[in-house]
Design a protein around this ligand. Sequence first.
Ligand code: HEC
Length: 172
Amino acid sequence: MTDRAFWKSFSGLIAALVALAVVLFILAQMVGGKPAKPVEATADAKAVAERIKPVGEVTVGVVPAEKVTTTSSNAVMEAIIPSANAAAGADGKKIYDASCMACHAAGVAGAPKLGDKANWAPRIAQGTDKLHTHAIKGFQGKAGMMPPKGGNMSLKDEDVKAAVDYMVSQSK
Ligand code: HEC
């Protein structure tokens, strides 16, 4: 084969390959390479929003009379939380477990241990009001320092009182 003949058939081959590549590219475009249309993207976004939307929504403002479901939702609340109306729902043990146990279970930093009757007796003797105030406002005693609300300022006064009542009931 001469050089010339070689280059002729070689360039012919290259041209054929390029043509084949173009054809394959076009075919690929037709079969599956379509970019997602904006419409589909929106539909996806809607589906996602639908899936992650909150279970309930709070309506602020005027609610049309026929949509007011206060009584029925109260009934639901009462069914779910039987004690919703009793004792304002404050659960002393839960609050103790979450906010007070860290110190009062083991007696950290001088905290009177839950169930340590000897330690609690003189404290209980001060009266419940005083214990409530000490727990809510904080208290510097001989044994150590009780931080206001045990350091959890998100607690309501009633929550702290319920926790104190629970601690007292377990310690006398
Ligand atoms: C950072 C540790 C800590 C946490 C958390 C804590 N306490 Fe205390 N608490 C103390 C210490 C220390 C004392 C003892 C102070 C003393 O008598 O010197 C105390 C004392 C008390 C007393 C007795 C007060 C008195 O007059 O003798 C009560 C009641 C009490 N805590 C309630 C609570 C409640 C309720 C919580 C949770 C909301 C809580 N504490 C969380 C450290 C803590």
